[in-house]
Design a protein around this ligand. Structure first.
Ligand code: MTE
Ligand code: MO
Length: 508
């Protein structure tokens, strides 16, 4: 009987250790994969309405607490069971913990916006739980009296210390994880309650002819969930909108300070702008296009009155990241904005909630500061930024590029007419033509979809008469100045890749 309780305690402690480790990791990295929260929200979704209502009837607004406490009870009881089973029939207890991990992973991946990385915390929880269970049950077995050591080879105290330490460590880790994530979660709650103001200036409608209906071709406007994400933030800054301030400082006549409420009260403008990363390889997917809602930075800079010899704005993120943008890119007529909305939604947390910069024509590392809190007017010969300090170029205009989306590289297609299609961009200049080359032959003119603006990518398509065999397909864009995209291969460092996207396909 004593052994039963000790084994159960070992199991519960192991589960605590696993969950604690996972809570810490999800708080720091994955953000949404907290096993407790994902399983909790899965339970909420699966609970029939009558039971939900009954629980809310009894516990009122404490229903969430009730859920978390119930889950904790389930984890302790389940862990206890695993410990007991592990003592009697190893490795069934460890298998049971593994099953728990699978449930967590399932819950994580089926959450809206859940992705494959969200399974990691649950996988880690299971792994840590299994390791601790094996260790603790091993110790427990050692405490059983044997002929060799009548009082137990391992002292009971050693087992009790190990199990208690494991349990306390796990609980502490879970609590610390919750504390670390609380800023992010509070910001997520504020974002969920926030409704975007109506634009004073709406974006011109996307022309019907801006997109071709071809399976596999990138949609002309990228849904938020599919928008590429690049940043150095291990923990996404959780900014409460009421705490957000933008300061314009440095070489200005008057410093300007703006609250979120003041920003929202300004006449906000919609614009569709493609964003791309300097680390995008030729043919890569670090490029997306969204409808932004924001306020032109040039109006704010006009209030601050930069001094005549300033030529750069060093924008600072809440988490200390910086970008150096040419002052002229923020004061000329282009749509350089402080964005609060993305595709009709408040900025997603990972895309800069509550406020980020969007500057057409420049790679993100020199312009697209997320969680922006300060615009420091300065000079290129006085200040450097996060990535220029790490060897990337001071200036980062987006290069003329094109990409083949369909057919996918390495794909097998049927002989006959095959739709070859993709996107091309020459931000702030515009694309005037796209050509396709099959097996090194003549460059053939592709059909361009209507442009939304010079600041967005443009779809193209080409009807290829595919004959059986292996073929290579290349694409090449020409910009509105008549400049032809270079075939010269350059790596992404220091200022963006060049070269022609080339794919191979087999025609059957
Ligand atoms: N605060 C902050 N802003 C940032 C970054 C960052 O690391 N931190 N990365 C930049 C880079 S390199 C790019 S390409 C864009 C990507 O924006 P996205 O994640 O919304 O696509 O954000 C930019 N803004
Ligand atoms: Mo980037």
């Amino acid at each position: 009987m004593r052994a039963f309780w000790r084994a159960a305690a070992a199991g519960a402690a192991s589960v605590a250790a696993g969950v604690g480790a996972a809570e810490i990791v999800s708080a720091i990295g994955v953000q949404d994969g907290s096993p407790i929260l994902v399983v909790g929200s899965l339970v909420i979704d699966l609970t029939p309405a009558w039971l939900k209502n009954a629980v809310i009837g009894v516990f009122g607004t404490g229903d969430k607490t009730f859920l978390i406490v119930s889950l904790a009870v389930v984890l302790v009881v389940g862990g206890g069971l695993a410990g007991w089973v592990e003592l009697r029939r190893p490795p069934l207890g460890r298998v049971l913990i593994g099953v728990g991990g699978v449930v967590g992973a399932f819950a994580a991946i089926t959450r809206s916006g859940g992705g494959i990385v969200d399974v990691l915390p649950s996988a880690l929880a299971a792994l840590v739980g299994i390791l601790f269970l094996g260790w603790l049950i091993g110790l427990l077995r050692g405490t059983e009296p044997t002929r060799v050591a009548p009082n137990g080879a391992v002292s009971r105290r050693r087992f009790v210390t190990a199990a208690t330490g494991t349990a306390l460590g796990g609980i502490l880790a879970a609590v610390v994880g919750q504390v670390i994530a609380s800023g992010y979660r509070a910001a997520a709650a504020a974002r969920a309650a926030f409704h975007l103001p109506k634009p004073a200036v709406t974006a011109p409608p996307v022309p019907a002819g801006a997109s071709f209906d071809i399976a596999g071709l990138s949609p002309i406007v990228t849904p938020n969930a599919d928008f590429y994400r690049i940043d150095t933030a291990l923990q996404i800054p959780g900014i409460q909108p009421q705490d957000w301030r933008l300061k314009i400082t440095g070489m200005v006549e008057t410093e300007v300070e703006l609250t979120f409420a003041q920003l929202l009260a300004l006449p906000l403008e919609e614009s569709i702008t493609t964003l791309t990363c300097v680390s995008n390889e030729v043919g890569g997917d670090l490029i997306s296009n969204a409808l932004w809602l924001g306020y032109p930075i040039r109006h704010l800079l006009a209030r601050a009155k930069p001094s005549a010899d300033a030529d750069m704005v060093l924008s600072h993120s809440q988490d200390g990241w910086t970008a150096g943008t040419p002052l002229t890119a923020l004061t000329d007529e282009r749509n350089a904005i402080l964005a609060v909305g993305m595709n009709g939604q408040p900025l997603p947390l990972e895309h800069g909630y509550p406020v980020r910069m969007v500057v057409p024509g420049l790679y993100g590392y020199v312009s697209a500061t997320k969680w922006v809190v300060e615009l420091e007017v300065t000079r290129f010969d006085k200040a450097t930024s996060y990535w220029t300090d790490r060897g990337w170029s001071e200036r980062g205009p987006v290069k003329l590029e094109s990409r083949i989306d369909v057919p996918a590289d390495g794909r097998q297609v049927k002989a006959g007419t095959v739709a070859v299609a993709g996107v091309a961009w020459s931000q702030h200049v515009g694309v005037s033509a796209v050509h396709v080359q099959i097996d090194g032959g003549d460059w053939q003119q592709a059909t361009l979809a209507d442009a939304i603006s010079v600041d967005t990518w443009r779809q193209w398509k080409y009807a290829w008469d595919a004959t059986p065999g292996s073929h290579t397909i290349k694409v090449r864009a020409t910009d509105a100045h008549g400049t032809v995209q270079t075939a010269k291969v350059q790596d992404v460092v220091p200022d963006g890749a060049t070269g022609l996207h080339t794919i191979s396909v087999t025609v059957a």
